[in-house]
Design a protein around this ligand. Structure first.
Ligand SMILES: O=P(O)(O)OC[C@H]1O[C@H](OP(=O)(O)OP(=O)(O)O)[C@H](O)[C@@H]1O
Ligand SMILES: O=C(O)c1cc(=O)[nH]c(=O)[nH]1
Ligand SMILES: [Mg+2]
Length: 192
């Protein structure tokens, strides 16, 4: 599946939003990919995640013990991708602002792949890598449906993206005037 096909699915689902958005990194953007509007459709999610699982299988040699999704956005794609990889899906969720593996125990040396929805700066994947490494896991790769950095984000492990789609994002104190004129909203779950 190529980037155009992935974006077609997002557009068909009404998931490409325009306005003024506060991203999880604090950056501001005129475009927000509201993945929940895609993941509400099992057929669309299956097509995307089956293709992502194939890309992961081609890139990762050796066993995968767990697929880990960073909540909330990573929950559904990690679960659906895990189905195609034949590995169990678990998740990290925020406790006091930090990602924790609250509901599961994993053996030291477990080989894990992180599956995210969207990557912008890579911050959320880096936080997930830190949490898993502190538990003794080996993070063999991370994957996402759409990489908004188009390959520029450094997540500390190899990143496998189903699609790369570069979207502008600006520091809050360097907004273009047309963006500053629109009231900002924050759709994600960090800090709520
Ligand atoms: O690469 P980054 O700069 O970290 O941005 C991408 C992250 O932002 C979103 O999560 P968010 O924290 O907004 O909450 P959500 O998972 O509930 O959507 C998205 O799900 C990724 O986790
Ligand atoms: O960077 C983000 O927080 C972000 C961007 C985006 O397009 N979609 C999303 O869910 N999060
Ligand atoms: Mg998220």
């Amino acid at each position: 599946m190529n980037t155009d096909e992935v974006l077609r699915i997002f557009r068909e689902a009404g998931a490409v939003l325009e306005g003024h958005f506060i991203l999880t990194s604090g950056l501001r953007s005129p475009v927000f990919l509201q993945k929940a509007r895609v993941f509400m459709h099992a057929d669309k999610t299956e097509r995307l995640c089956k293709a992502l699982a194939e890309k992961i299988r081609a890139a990762v040699s050796g066993r995968i013990d767990y697929v880990v999704g960073p909540a909330i956005g990573g929950l559904i794609p990690a679960y659906e991708t895990s189905r195609h990889l034949g590995a169990p899906a678990i998740w990290v969720e925020r406790e006091g602002g930090e990602f924790r593996l609250r509901r599961f125990e994993i053996a030291k040396g477990s080989r894990v792949v992180i599956v995210e929805d969207i990557v912008t700066t890579g911050l959320s994947i880096r936080e997930t890598v830190d949490c898993l490494r502190a538990l003794g896991a080996e993070v063999v790769a991370a994957a996402c449906i759409i990489d908004r950095s188009a390959g520029k984000a450094d997540v500390g492990v190899p990143l496998i993206a189903l699609a790369e789609y570069e979207v502008p994002a600006y520091p809050a104190d360097r907004l273009p005037p047309e963006l500053a004129a629109i009231p900002a909203i924050k759709p994600g779950s960090r800090n709520i």
